[in-house]
Design a protein around this ligand. Structure first.
Ligand code: LMR
Length: 348
């Protein structure tokens, strides 16, 4: 009887042991409840996209649209996180941050790329572009592709050229109708030798400074004037600290949309294809949308401010074009007439 009881106890202990240690509910870490959403996030590819302008500008709107399209096309596998207004990097910092891989995507004005790629200076020559159709034919076509491919040697994947619009002139010192009206003033420029030469030709002193410093330097009176698009003038309230604006359409503000090359190469082929499709749709949409944004915001400036606006007449425009001709000779010699000719061929 004693043996029977001992055997029963041993069998009981054995089963209890097997139940709690061997097959019990808590033996396997895989069975610890986990958050399925969290698992999804671990697999998600995040593209941090930094830019310096406001959300209600052509670039701001395009960035949001691109992020939405990428999420849709990849079924949420890729998330584009947009950081506007220079909250991550100021203008002038973002290109190096991209090359170092600290950020995956940026879209600076192409003028900011001219130190790395001097041939791009041609895009900053005054009156190189006739109208919006001409801009689109150049930047969204074979010339644009050829220029973007030059980025590869800097570890950058060039994806597209985005549009903002034509730049206008503003000053606090007086109306700007003829080239002589600029003499002796100080203007802010983006860091581009062609922009510097454009203003030096006009007898203007230049200060290259990042976008986020422009307002306070206009307000303090350090700068007399600027050139920029209506959407940037409106969204950053530059028109509140300037008295005169000339609709000159003398230069174009476009963006080179770029990713870090190694990051791009690391993406699966199907994801690259989805991103390219999202980019094409966004770019094509933006060429029309950016014109509408600039037109609407020009009306807002007219309605809400006392700024004096002068629209260059055809004759005045012709005299500005003639005035800048020497730059075409100089830049043709320095950077090759090829680009100038190719671009001008598409103007008809
Ligand atoms: C500027 O510096 O004026 C522009 O490049 C800002 C922008 O990104 O539109």
């Amino acid at each position: 009887m004693k043996t029977f009881i001992s055997t029963f106890i041993l069998i009981f202990i054995f089963f209890m042991f097997v139940f709690f240690i061997g097959f019990g509910p808590n033996n396997d870490s895989k069975s610890i409840p986990f958050d399925h959403e969290q698992e999804g996030l671990n697999k998600q590819i995040v593209i941090n996209f930094s830019h310096v302008v406001a959300e209600n500008t052509p670039k701001g709107q395009a960035a949001e649209r691109f992020a939405k399209l990428v999420a849709e096309k990849t079924n949420g596998k890729v998330k584009v996180e947009v950081f506007p207004n220079g909250v991550l990097y100021a203008e002038g910092e973002e290109v190096n941050a991209l090359i170092r891989g600290e950020i995956q995507m940026i879209a600076p004005a192409y003028s900011n790329m001219t130190e790395l790629l001097p041939e791009w200076l041609i895009l900053d020559l005054p009156y190189i572009f006739k109208d919006d159709e001409h801009v689109e034919a150049v930047l969204n076509g074979e010339i644009g592709d050829a220029l973007l491919s030059q980025l590869k040697k800097h570890n950058i994947k060039g994806i597209a050229f985005w549009s903002n619009g034509f730049k206008q002139m503003m000053s606090n010192r007086g109306p700007l109708k003829a080239p002589a009206d600029f003499l002796g003033q100080r203007f802010r420029i983006m860091p581009s030798k062609a922009l510097e030469d454009q203003f030096h030709e006009l007898g203007v002193k230049t200060s290259a400074m990042p976008f986020n410093q422009v307002y306070r330097n206009l307000e303090s009176g350090y700068l007399d004037g600027i050139e920029n698009t209506i959407s940037n003038i409106y969204s950053k309230r530059f028109y509140k600290v300037q008295k005169y604006m000339t609709i000159s359409n003398h230069g174009y503000l476009g963006y080179s949309v770029m990713m870090n090359q190694e990051f791009w190469d690391s993406l699966p082929k199907d994801i690259q294809k989805d991103i390219e499709e999202a980019m094409d749709e966004t770019t094509n949409w933006l060429y029309t949308e950016s014109q509408e944004i600039n037109n609407d915001q020009l009306n807002m400036i007219k309605i809400t401010s006392d700024i004096l606006i002068h629209v260059l007449s055809d004759e005045e425009r012709e005299s500005w074009i003639d005035f800048f001709q020497p730059l075409y000779e100089e830049y043709g010699e320095k950077y090759g007439k090829r680009w100038i000719n190719e671009i001008q061929k598409l103007s008809n």
